[in-house]
Structure formats: C-alpha cells, structure tokens
Write a protein that binds this ligand. Structure first.
Ligand SMILES: NC(=O)c1ccc[n+]([C@@H]2O[C@H](COP(=O)([O-])OP(=O)(O)OC[C@H]3O[C@@H](n4cnc5c(N)ncnc54)[C@H](OP(=O)(O)O)[C@@H]3O)[C@@H](O)[C@H]2O)c1
Length: 349
C-alpha cells in the first residue's frame, strides 16, 4: 500500500516530537513535511528541535528541512501541534487550502461545526465535518482531539454514562510537567511542589467533557447535561495525568457492574482494527494502590486509560482514579487515531 504523505505543524515541540516518534513506522502515513516557527524555519529538524524523547530522532526526519508554516507545498493531511493562539489563525488557513487538519490545540475544539472526537466514544461526531465552510469550498476540514486531562476522564466516564447515565462528575487532576510543553514549567517552580493552577484547564475539562459525551443532532451537538466540576494541579511527574473522580449516576449500579462496563468497553477503532487502537481503551486494575504514572502510564503503548480504586463515595455515589498518557493518548496518539478513523471512513481521499 502506498503511504499517505502527512505534515506536522509545530513539529519541534513536545507533541510534535511524539508525532514524529509514533509515525516513524506507521503503516498508512509517512511524514514528508515539517513546520514550526520562524526560529526553526530553514534549519535541519535535528538542529531545530530540542529532542526530549528516549528513542532516537528517526533518520528520515533528522535531516529534513523545517518548512515555513504555510499551506503552499504542504501535504493534504496535517497534524497540528501549535499553541492555541497561533492555531486559531493557522489551522483555518490550512483547512481553507484543502487540507485535513487534525489538531491538538484548543483553538477550534468548541466551535459548533468542529468535531471533538475520541473514536471509541463519539465516532458519529465526525459528521460535523460536512457543516464546515472549508469543506464545501476546498474539501479541507478540521477535526480536534480533546485536552489531555479531558481525554482520560472521558474514556473512563463513557462506559458508565452509556450504561447508567451520569448525573454529576467531580474531577481533581494531578498533571505531568510534559503537559506544559517545552521548556514548560521552570524546575524551581515544580520540584518538590504542587501548583494548583493551570490556565484555562478546568474550563476546558468541563466543557469538552460535556461536548464529547453529548449527542449529535443534525448540524450540532447537544451537550451532555450532567453537572461537572474540575480542579487541576501540576505535579512533578514527567508523563501521565492522574485524576481522582467522583460520580453520581442516574440509575443505581454495583461495583461489579461498573468495572464490567470498563472491562467490556470497546469501540469502532477496535472493530476496525486501526493501527494505533489499543486492544482495550480502558483497563481496570484491582491492586489497591494503582494506577500510578511510574508503572501504568505506558499501558496499551500509551493509548489505554487505566482505572482503579473504585469505591463508594459519601457525597456522590462512586469514586475512582484514572490515569492516561498526556502526550500519547492525550495528544499525538489521539490525533493519529483520529486520522486512522477518518481514513477508514473515507475522509482522507
Ligand atoms: N504537551 C501535552 O501534553 C499536550 C497535550 C494535549 C494537547 N496539547 C496542545 O498541543 C499544542 C502543542 O503543545 P506542546 O506541548 O507540543 O507545545 P510546545 O512544546 O511549546 O511546542 C509548540 C510548537 O509550536 C511551534 N510554534 C510556536 N510559534 C509558532 C508560529 N508562530 N508558527 C508556527 N509554529 C509555531 C513551536 O515551534 P518552535 O520550536 O520553532 O518555537 C513548537 O513546534 C498546544 O496547543 C497544547 O495545548 C499539548
């Protein structure tokens, strides 16, 4: 099979590097174009990027010249890992130029005609693509994945919401430093410390969760109506966002019924056997002190959310802990899975 050419916008950043790592041996996609800021433009990738991953820079990419971040000469499939302020201007330019923009940033996530998709959870939301003006004009469109902490939460909530209905959700996060990009948080601020503020993160978790668990109604999404409150903290962990979650359900459920809902949860990526789909999107761990980022963050090659510590909550009904990899399932891996799903559904030509 001939591979499809893909480009990466924001290729030098933390998420951009994950894209390059995860796409190195991808069976369907081949990285042929990289772009970043003026600072990097014209340089060889290996010179422009401060490579922060434990594997080597793929040789096919190391010597590639970083292109200007403009649609001219870019391939028609673009993975975007840009800061939101820049993405807001740049992603629509690429979509208008006929590109499929598969984005990580928050810039377009809450637009009414932009799908915010986890293919295991809300696959039918991709139909919003047809409502986008760029789709009619040039064929181009934008699809987004969620904020990295909303991702693990929604993977854990979706099987419960589907079976028992959610009435209220409270989530408190402990988020890794890699979630702040590179160089991100200064070491003097985070070492031996917890920072109880991540700009706009709580708002993103709350609204994105309700959009993803909402229902498609023609050309819009009716947001899931449960009450939702998030509190977000940055902690001195390298990778992996851990979340303490309490839920109140619409119908009664036993602990066994809830853990079965997680264990049985599968979606279209698993049925379609998409290359980046984990066998199980959610795994429940029985040990009393798991999940932990050090041991569990790489479950399912970083694409599985691990859940544990399900127990009764004295305020709501049930409480549990969820962990997911913020730069894999919460960013590059999510976007690659979205691209695989779009290809399987005929959206990538
Ligand atoms: N880190 C995570 O866990 C995570 C998870 C989910 C979503 N996200 C989102 O993904 C996006 C990227 O995050 P990150 O952590 O990878 O950030 P990052 O490490 O700061 O990287 C930012 C990237 O954007 C590029 N850039 C900056 N200004 C630009 C411009 N004017 N034109 C073109 N490119 C420009 C940078 O290029 P230079 O190197 O040339 O400056 C770099 O490649 C953000 O929207 C973030 O919120 C991140």
């Amino acid at each position: 099979m001939n591979k499809l050419s893909v480009g990466i916008l924001g290729a030098t950043g933390i998420v951009g590097q994950r894209f390059i790592q995860m796409l190195e041996h991808h069976p369907w996609f081949e990285v042929t174009w990289l772009a970043a800021s003026d600072r990097s433009e014209g340089k060889a990738y290996a010179e422009a990027a401060r490579w922060r991953l434990k594997t080597e820079i793929p040789s096919a990419v190391a010597g590639m010249t970083v292109s200007p971040a403009k649609p001219d000469g870019a391939p028609k499939i673009i993975f975007a890992a840009l800061d939101a302020a820049i993405a807001k201007e740049m992603e629509p330019q690429f979509a208008d130029a006929g590109c499929a923009v598969i984005s990580n940033s928050s810039a377009l996530r809450m637009k009414s005609d932009v799908p915010l998709v986890i293919p295991e959870v809300n696959p039918n939301h991709i139909r919003l693509i047809e409502c986008q003006p760029s789709r009619r004009k040039s064929g181009g469109f934008a699809v987004t994945n969620s904020n990295c902490s909303a991702m693990g939460l929604v993977l854990a909530l979706a099987p419960i919401h589907e079976k028992f209905g959610l009435d209220a959700v409270m989530a408190v996060t402990m988020q890794a430093v890699s979630g702040a990009g590179y160089p991100g948080v200064a070491s003097l601020d985070i070492l031996g410390n917890v920072i109880p503020f991540i700009k706009n993160e709580e708002e993103k978790m709350e609204e994105e969760t309700q959009k993803m668990l909402g229902t498609l109604n023609g050309s819009g999404i009716i947001f899931a109506p449960f009450a939702m409150s998030a509190q977000c903290n940055r902690v001195a962990v390298e990778d992996g966002h851990t979340e303490s979650v309490s839920v109140r359900l619409k119908t009664r459920a036993t602990a066994e019924e809830i853990t079965s809902a997680w264990e049985e949860f599968r979606g279209e990526p698993q049925q379609l056997r998409l290359p980046s789909a984990p066998d199980r999107p959610v795994v429940y761990l029985n040990a009393t002190d798991r999940p932990q980022p050090r041991f569990d963050v790489d479950a399912g090659a970083g694409m599985t959310a691990t859940v544990g510590r399900l127990r009764k909550c004295n305020v709501l009904d049930w409480k549990f802990t969820v962990l997911s990899h913020n730069t894999i399932r919460g960013a590059a891996g999510a976007a690659i899975l979205n691209a695989e799903f779009l290809k399987a559904k005929g959206y990538l030509g």
